[in-house]
Design a protein around this ligand. Sequence first.
Ligand code: NAP
Ligand code: MG
Length: 497
Amino acid sequence: MATTISEAEELVRQTGPKQMLIGGEWVESAEGATFETHDPATGDLLGVIAEGGAEDVNRAVRAARFALEEGPWSKMSASERGRLIHRVGDLIMENAEELATLETLDNGKPKAVALAADVPLSADLFWYMAGWATKLNGGTINPSVPYLPDAEFHSYTLREPVGVVGQIIPWNFPLLMAAWKLGPALATGCTVVLKPAEQTPLSALRLGELIQEAGIPDGVVNIVPGYGETAGAALAAHPDVDKVAFTGSTEIGKLIARTATGNLKRVSLELGGKSPNIIFSDADVDAAIEGAAQGIFFNQGEVCSAGSRLYVQSDQFDRVVEGISEAAKGIKVGHGLEEDTDMGPLVSAEQFERVTGYLNRGAEEGNRAVTGGKAIDGPGFFVEPTVLVDAKPSDTIVREEVFGPVIAAMPFDDIDDLARQANDSHYGLAAGIWTRDISKAHRLASRIKAGTVHVNTYHVFAAELPFGGYKQSGWGREMGEEVLKNYLETKSVIVGL
Ligand code: NAP
Ligand code: MG
């Protein structure tokens, strides 16, 4: 058992899968290419990983096609399929410590967060989806056919797996994003080629081992780590992939949608956000302050549904800004394996440049940092939790997704104006409303164009709850019963009697 950070890093270098999983075998890339993954808090090397390219994607798609059509998976009863999926959830919990450590080292997030959120949510997603395997029922339908007035029919629908699925996931919740994608694909009987983010491949590869241990047949889940521009693009373009599911930036989401037109594969997208968090004067303001702080600072702000636009009714504005600034100052930033760490580093140099670039841009545009506003000296990609004020609706900080611990606070007076501002975004992923007035909460919840609206809470994720975006925040929903539609075709069977 590793006791120091460097021992933990060494253990990761020495153990755990670094190759790719294709057809049940752990293999090197066809061209022998590799890439490195690092601890973003120290810069230390964690592993040299097999780098998937187009030929590896071809091999993985062939394995997935074979598993779909010829392997035991397609003949397995739904009940047995469900039990195997359930077992994946069990194995995740049995290996919670190890998975949380991997998540912390590869992504930077505090281990306490990984243990409390990422790992149990991942297990729960598999447990929840396991139950759906046996409940994918069609319906019986009585058609009335005008030109066959005397005919009688018996007709029904079948729900069938969409087929071979390509899944491309980001680095902010590496294990959980893999779970969100794999769970419904497996429940519906699909087979998968999964590409984890290049910054954070380790937990998905370890999950691959657990999937094998659970007894999921070879080739049902193939994992090809590598870069988006090569492995990801090859997967999105592949003519023998029936569906692509993507989570990441809106920019790449659009590219995926265009690429997918080659064979008109099905597309689901879970993209960025610029979510409004709204505090009315009649709220429990202390709870709202805590919730708004958590809504932006959780997971270093690297959350697609982060509440990054804070709207506060004017007479409480100063109190809320002070409260959330105090909360920001109280956040202990450090290595995620240290027990008292509340916030880790950003995931990568690229993300660090992005976030600090937005901080500089904000300063140029006249946004004032009440607290934070700067990078923290390295090593490691650390930035200060930041509260900005003096932001106009047209400012970059109000319009663009920062994906870091940066919130812009703005006062409002009128609810109609507030609703218009809240919806004044290309994004529509999430929102928060803090008020004790129930009618106001429900009315505003129905006016806000977002896939998730929280009232007097924030960042509630559960396997049962659909999650996804309006507008440019995506196509389709993750989780809940809703996600199953992404992975099923409906077939009408009509029998003339
Ligand atoms: P990204 O480029 O959209 O990456 C997401 C995934 O897509 C990664 O696996 C990535 O591979 C892959 N990818 C990249 N280019 C691709 C292409 N041409 N074809 C197919 N797949 C491709 O996101 P990012 O660069 O890591 O982060 C940039 C911004 O995206 C963030 O700052 C944030 O605003 C947003 N983001 C949103 C979410 C979310 O949950 N909605 C998550 C992460 C990031 P690589 O590993 O090579 O990049
Ligand atoms: Mg990228």
